[in-house]
Design a protein around this ligand. Sequence first.
Ligand SMILES: [Zn+2]
Length: 395
Amino acid sequence: MSSKPYFPAKIFNAHDEITPRVMVAPQRYIQGPGVLNQIDRYVSLLNVKRVGILASQRGQAAEGQRIAEKLKNDGIDCVAAVFAGECSLEEVEQHAGALADENLDCLIAVGGGKPVDAGKSIAYRLNVPVVIVPTLASNDAPTSALSVIYTTDGANDSVEFYPSNPAMVIVDTEVIVAAGERYFVAGIGDAMATWFEARVCFKNPSAVTPIGARPTLASYAIGEVCAQTLFDNGQAASRAVVAGVCNEELESVVEANTLLSGIGFESGGLALAHPIALAFTQIDEIHHKFLHGEMVAMGTLIQLAMEGSDEAETVARFFANIGLPIHMAQLSLSPKDSAALNTIIETTLKNKNSHHMPMPVTAYSLRDAMIKANELGMSVAADIGDTAYRRLQTS
Ligand SMILES: [Zn+2]
């Protein structure tokens, strides 16, 4: 069992004179309605005989069962591992230990962000390739070679890196549509940050991506197409989810939420939006009630407020129309709760990515940006209402 920690910055950013531009990506990305029915053909590219399937109890009974049946027809043995719900080191080590003697030659991780991240971590310990089958388009975890590890009670704890990206990401858009609107919209919130964070990193010569490298022009361009795709198709795609249909708008936004956002952040870099979103998880009420992408939406508005960008209002209006939170009360946070604000500010400042911003990020400038973003969000909500937000939060 291999579990030596891997530090990509030691490979790409070892204090040499130059920091190279590096792009990483999954080996294959496959997306379409019903593609899970062909998973046996795709997995045949990996030449495997015995695979593990990591999924929650629900996931095992649904997609896990479908995958196992397909693979068994092809003579591939499947071992089920039931994900208990948290991507914590405890859970990862427990599965890695239990699967160590199963002689697996691949692990298939099925589900949302947490089982996907746990699957990458377990596969690394087992030294086998990982295949990701996302059941939600709520996050950009599927394509990357890193996992966000949480404490057992679910607060953001650390990031673990791997030398390889997933061997394959298989996104069945019928499954994504069935998961419902709130997850899908949260994925748009996560994906919209990609462009604004990548742009900051590309323009700041001292900023590095999560793997310690300089962003490539390719990942910068991917981030830009990601945002444009969301602006152009986000609302129509959300309606498609509600109607339960896989149309072109839906396919484009699923790709933006999953592939474009995933490559865009990993090889394009992060700035302020994500450190704030991760800091929000320190506040219990926010952490338990809201999805990652919903917190990232607020983080993006705060980043744009700090940049003094006139795009902030356009983004806030777009978020409000599809149902993402745009002011603090919509995240159950009172701007007068100074203890909570201080915790969020302190946690954000400790995250190196936040200092990729072109201006100094201090407790003072961050508090100021939070207040400004909150005021902008309140005025947009007063103008166009919060119907979409309320529909999603009560769905
Ligand atoms: Zn994210």
